[in-house]
Design a protein around this ligand. Structure first.
Ligand code: PLP
Ligand code: SF4
Length: 342
């Protein structure tokens, strides 16, 4: 018999503060409800829905929620609800047909000139509407060995000018692993820009540590960081400090949001979001209509309502603060812009 020893994971102290914050996230629905002074009537449905997609929310994000308000727009994004258990027509597990677009394991190639690398399945937060909630990450996850094919594929394909690090959240990887990953692309002559899609920077601001800033500054490409913020209330205290640190890197900072019923589906909310982003050096990029993943039907906002909201934004904000309303359409050669007909 082999005597079990604690795994190396437990023998090694965590590398840094952010990793500590990552593992200390709230994952127990009862604890989340207690932290926010919410009634026990939310508990049974939360526990049932969390069995399908676990609850996970960093404490920094919880600190930005209002106590005692079950409809808080930040809480809504992370609290498992009974509604998730309903099956809805047209909602499934691969709503945007990603499985057909793998150029190499973990490398999605849908659009010309850019390729998206699924660096890890892990995120600091679990967003209930996530279109990747049912994604078969175990088949994809690039352990260093498994990134090899993706790296070879990008290297051999001169049509790829931009590499997008996505996930999950690439900032769930350690700085050392990020460095190792981007080092393997440094000699690729056709690569001109590198993009990072991250929500960890906002929900887990300690992730933007000195090592992460050094890593971003060391990259030899034009760097674009696309954040994911859905509501201005997310942009408080330590999250604003993280944005200020990111700004020092000179990376282009953009934001994408998902249009979510009960979270940000009105013009005043999205206008406040655009203005707050702008004040902190970030421009809105996309406003996504929901991808129809199982369990998310209660978040859906119709196309016509989306258009109404964007028209209201257009009539009150400078053009550069109006995000582009888009939807992911399987087989399309880009995100599909939603525009008024006629
Ligand atoms: C959204 C997405 C991109 C990036 O599209 P942009 O319009 O350049 O932001 C690239 N690859 C995949 C697979 C995507 O889903
Ligand atoms: S951070 Fe992004 S990938 Fe992660 S759960 Fe939220 S929406 Fe999904």
């Amino acid at each position: 018999m082999i005597t079990a020893t604690p795994t190396t994971r437990y023998q090694n102290p965590l590398e840094s503060t952010w990793q500590q914050h990552f593992v200390e996230a709230i994952t127990d629905p009862a604890e989340l409800l207690r932290a926010l002074d919410l009634g026990s009537e939310w508990l049974a449905p939360a526990e049932a829905a969390a069995k399908l997609f676990p609850l996970r929310v960093p404490r920094s994000f919880v600190a930005r929620m209002r106590c005692g308000d079950p409809f808080d727009p930040l809480l809504r994004q992370v609290l498992p609800l009974g509604e998730e258990l309903f099956e809805a027509e047209g909602f499934g597990s691969d709503p945007i047909s990603e499985s057909g677009y793998q150029q190499a394991p973990g490398l999605l190639r849908k659009y010309s000139s850019r390729a998206l690398l699924i660096t890890t399945g892990a995120c600091a937060v679990h967003c209930r509407y996530c279109f990747r909630r049912d994604f078969p990450y175990e088949d994809q996850q690039g352990e260093t060995g498994r990134w090899r094919e993706a790296i070879a594929s990008v290297t051999a394909d001169p049509s790829i000018e931009e590499l997008i690090l996505s996930g999950g959240d690439p900032l769930s990887l350690s700085n050392a692993r990020l460095n190792a990953l981007t080092n393997s692309f440094k000699g690729v002559p056709h690569l001109r820009s590198l993009r990072l899609h991250t929500r960890n920077a906002i929900v887990l601001p300690s992730r933007i540590d000195a090592g992460a800033l050094d890593w971003i500054c060391s990259l030899p490409w034009r760097v674009t960081i696309v954040l994911h913020v859905n509501h201005a209330q997310e942009l408080q205290s330590d999250a604003l400090e993280a944005l200020a640190r990111l700004s020092t890197t000179g990376a282009l900072l953009l934001n994408q949001s998902v249009l979510l019923r009960g979270v940000n589906d009105d013009a005043a909310t999205l206008s406040a979001l655009s203005r707050t982003l702008h004040m902190h050096g970030v421009l809105p990029y996309y406003l996504h209509l929901l991808d129809r993943v199982s369990g998310s039907a209660h978040f859906e906002v119709s196309e016509s309502r989306g258009l109404e909201i964007v028209e209201a934004l257009t009539s009150t904000l400078p053009g550069y603060l109006v995000p582009k309303l888009v939807r992911e359409v399987p087989g399309a050669t880009s995100k599909t812009a939603i525009v008024a007909r006629g």
